[in-house]
Design a protein around this ligand. Structure first.
Ligand SMILES: Cc1cc2nc3c(=O)[nH]c(=O)nc-3n(C[C@H](O)[C@H](O)[C@H](O)COP(=O)(O)OP(=O)(O)OC[C@H]3O[C@@H](n4cnc5c(N)ncnc54)[C@H](O)[C@@H]3O)c2cc1C
Length: 475
């Protein structure tokens, strides 16, 4: 059975369903008013300057302060904390540091046992931090459903299950009836319910809670303070921002998919846009028609996949499938909307849940993903070890950013830990080629991935070559 996505253009009804949607992240829109922290307006000194106020930057700030309360820590954020991917994501909080065990095994076979354990420790530590700092982000440990929509995906399930169980996951195979009893879609052929190391959160509340916790711990936060340049000086690094300069003993770069401030990093990260729709709250009857009592996060198993989940207030977030790269790595608010993708997402939503016909979407938005060729965070240092970065989470950073922040701090402070000894931490990904080849390669890879989904999962010569080279492309 081929994948269920129609070959036809989305209908006027599919387009009408999101036409009135607010063009911004539901998660940020649903937060209470929060006045911005004052921008940087002067030159100052700091022990640690963190550039970027997403999860990576905020976890790093919070942990740097809790480890050393006297340390003078400042966060410089170009816009508002959480306005990047951290305030726009699906809220799937996963223990995996490697974008799942299969990707991890293919890249770090000797380290996977350790990486899985460190991932679970990070997952548990994150939960403990939420409690310690009283961060209420609608945390729900529901587990994940992976759903098979095509015959070849159904055939892959036993192997997938075996892999999860090998790493100690409490995972269950569900046949068509079993999966539809969880969530009722006529497109489902079977699936896996993985109950280990996955939860759902409200991404905006998580970012907002981290921002408040960092400020309470004494971190200076400057919003609306874009950093333009970094310069190595004797005994410190100058962080040159709009409005002022920070003379920092150490600098941590947490700038994700945005233009990196170090030229040497550019070739490792491709900003790829991912888009999402949020429905209005479902009525009780609509809710009953789909089931979803256990409220798991769901993703379907194609190369081009959707991810979806319920919210506390009875909505459904529906995102993914397309991954859109702009020539030269273009990033900015002008890319937050992509009508062709919204239309396709709407069409696929109603293909999955025909019983929800008539539901409207209240929000539509996009966000940039810091894609790297190994699909998992990488690290590095510059300025003779005074600057460190953690980038490249490739769409799975809600949990992994806490690990990334901790490792980057260890690198900056010269601490040798189990994590800093890993090849996963010491090695960088295979770089992407420069433009114009980069765009062409990404476009070709997207086309070939879509073709593989249409042709029973068969990976053609291009994808097999990339697999052999360890070069990948994913959202
Ligand atoms: C649509 C979407 C869905 C996703 N879904 C999931 C999911 O369900 N689960 C999951 O695990 N991951 C998901 N992700 C990925 C996850 O959101 C990211 O991995 C994570 O938020 C990265 O956090 P970060 O702090 O590194 O980056 P960001 O949150 O992007 O933060 C970087 C910050 O740096 C600031 N900045 C950049 N340059 C400068 C500069 N020069 N000066 C000052 N500030 C600067 C930016 O303004 C931004 O606030 C998704 C991402 C997107 C876009």
């Amino acid at each position: 059975m081929p994948s269920p996505w129609p070959d036809t253009e989305p209908s006027p009804a599919h387009r009408a369903a999101y036409a009135e949607a607010q063009p911004r992240s539901f998660w940020l829109d649903s937060l209470p008013e929060r006045p911005p922290h004052e921008p940087l307006t002067a030159t100052a000194d700091a022990d640690l300057c963190i550039v970027g106020g997403g999860y990576t930057g905020l976890w790093a700030a919070l942990h740097a302060k809790s480890g050393a309360p006297d340390r003078d820590v400042i966060v410089l954020e170009a816009t508002r904390c959480g306005a990047g991917a951290s305030g726009r994501n699906g809220g799937f909080l996963e223990a995996s540091l490697t974008h799942g065990p299969a990707n991890g095994l293919s890249r770090f076979p000797d380290e996977m046992e350790t990486l899985e354990r460190l991932g679970l420790e990070n997952f548990d530590g994150l939960r403990a931090d939420l409690e310690r700092h009283a961060i209420d982000c609608d945390y729900e440990a529901t587990g994940d459903l992976a759903v098979a929509l095509a015959a070849h995906e159904l055939e892959e399930l036993p192997e997938e299950l075996q892999l999860l169980r090998r790493f100690g996951h409490d995972a269950e195979l569900l046949d068509g009836q079993g999966i539809r009893a969880q969530l009722n879609s006529p497109t489902y052929l079977g699936g896996i319910w993985d109950r280990t190391g996955s939860a759902l959160v409200h991404p905006g509340r998580l970012a907002c809670g981290l921002r408040a916790a960092a400020a309470d711990a004494g971190v200076r936060i400057c919003e609306l303070s874009p950093v333009r340049d970094l310069r190595r000086r004797p005994g410190h690094v100058e962080v040159i921002a709009e409005g002022g300069v920070i003379r920092a003993d150490r600098v941590l770069l947490a700038t994700s998919a945005y233009p990196p401030l170090l030229r040497s990093v550019h070739r490792y990260v491709a900003p790829v846009y991912d888009y999402a729709l949020m429905t209005e709250p479902l009525t009780d009857e609509q809710q009953r028609s789909i089931g979803w009592q256990a409220r798991q996060g769901v993703s379907d198993m194609g190369n081009q996949f959707h991810y979806y989940r319920p919210t506390r207030d009875g909505r459904v977030l529906w995102g993914g499938y397309d991954a859109v790269y702009g020539y030269g790595g273009d990033v900015g608010p002008h890319r937050d909307e992509h009508d062709a993708t919204f239309a396709r997402l709407s069409q696929h939503f109603f293909t999955t849940f025909p019983q929800l016909e008539g539901v409207r979407f209240s929000h539509r938005w996009g966000g940039a993903i810091d894609t790297c060729s190994r699909f998992s965070v990488f690290f590095g240092t510059a300025h003779r070890g005074r600057t460190a970065y953690a980038l490249g989470y490739t769409g799975l950073g809600v949990g992994a950013t806490r690990f990334g922040a901790a490792v980057a701090l260890d690198l900056l402070d010269g601490r040798h830990t189990e994590a800093t000894a890993l090849r996963m931490v010491r090695r960088r990904p295979v770089p992407f080629p420069p433009e114009p080849v980069r765009s062409a390669v990404i476009q070709l890879t997207r086309n070939r991935l879509a073709a593989a989904d249409r042709h029973g999962g068969r990976r053609g010569i291009w994808l097999r070559t990339l697999d052999r080279l360890g070069l990948g492309f994913d959202s």
